[in-house]
Ligand binder design. Structure first.
Ligand SMILES: NC(=O)c1ccc[n+]([C@@H]2O[C@H](COP(=O)([O-])OP(=O)(O)OC[C@H]3O[C@@H](n4cnc5c(N)ncnc54)[C@H](OP(=O)(O)O)[C@@H]3O)[C@@H](O)[C@H]2O)c1
Length: 226
């Protein structure tokens, strides 16, 4: 079974998803309303976070950090990173994030063996789906089968968002619009089918709800038609 999939994006009024002071406290507060069992990141999003936040830099690696938490039922979401090319090498730092119960990698048959061994050495489960790139539909179905994940929130830019929309697995698009004109470069955007390799992709949406939240932000929600 496919889990319910929600894209949740913080955006400036002029459509930028970076280069503006996003209200992260509100963003994550609203994100919790779906009570997701898993949060899926694109590899580029993780690498951008590491670039922007030196605290995420790879620390010295210690064996005890690779041991998944044990004991009582842990209701925190899984953190999943799509990374078929084996570019994310800071899993040990990510494991320290307090709001995730465990880590899973989405890979494909083209993922280098060396990277799969690297993950195994750190006790990070890999879901392998797809030949060249990750087959997102299959990977999400496996996430449901193997981990009982019923709701996934996507924390990603326009590339992975487009891949998921193309695969027809997205249920809801949620946009938190900030009263801010960010300017600068147009990219990255919340929807970038050209970068994802589907230049002609267009997605009709149905508006479901709009609320004013926080200090003049607009929280607009849409379901994906069909
Ligand atoms: N404002 C917000 O709410 C928000 C939220 C998240 C991120 N961001 C920003 O968005 C930017 C990153 O966005 P991005 O669009 O560059 O990257 P992205 O969406 O984070 O990452 C690209 C992901 O798409 C996968 N992918 C690409 N083409 C694919 C295909 N054909 N089939 C399957 N998977 C495919 C890649 O997988 P492989 O690794 O396997 O190639 C990778 O995991 C960052 O600057 C970040 O700060 C903003």
């Amino acid at each position: 079974m496919l889990p319910r999939v929600i894209l949740h994006i913080a955006m400036s009024l002029d459509g930028r998803i970076t280069n503006f002071p996003a209200d992260l406290e509100l963003y994550y507060f609203l994100a919790a309303t779906w009570n997701p069992d898993a949060i899926l990141f694109g590899s580029e999003t993780v690498l951008a976070a590491v670039r922007d936040n030196p605290a995420l830099e790879v620390p010295p690696e210690h064996e005890e950090m690779f041991t998944p938490p044990e004991g009582v039922k842990d209701t925190r979401p899984l953190l999943v990173i799509a990374d078929s090319r084996g570019r994310v090498r800071c899993w040990d730092a990510i494991r320290r994030w307090p709001y995730m119960r465990d880590l899973v990698a989405f890979c494909s048959s083209s993922t280098p063996e060396e990277y799969l061994s690297y993950l195994e050495g750190r006790k990070i489960a890999a879901i392998v789906a797809g030949t060249d790139r990750i087959d997102m539909r299959k990977a999400l179905e496996m996430l449901n089968e193997l981990y009982g994940v019923e709701t996934v929130r996507i924390d990603s830019g326009g590339t992975l968002n487009s891949v998921l929309l193309k695969a027809g697995v997205v249920d809801e698009v949620s946009v938190l619009i900030h009263p801010f004109l960010a300017g600068g470069r147009a990219g990255p955007t919340m929807f970038d089918p050209v970068k994802a390799g589907f230049a002609d992709l267009q997605i009709p949406l149905t508006h479901t709800k709009t609320e004013m939240v926080g200090d003049g932000l607009i929280w607009a929600r849409y379901s994906v038609k069909g």
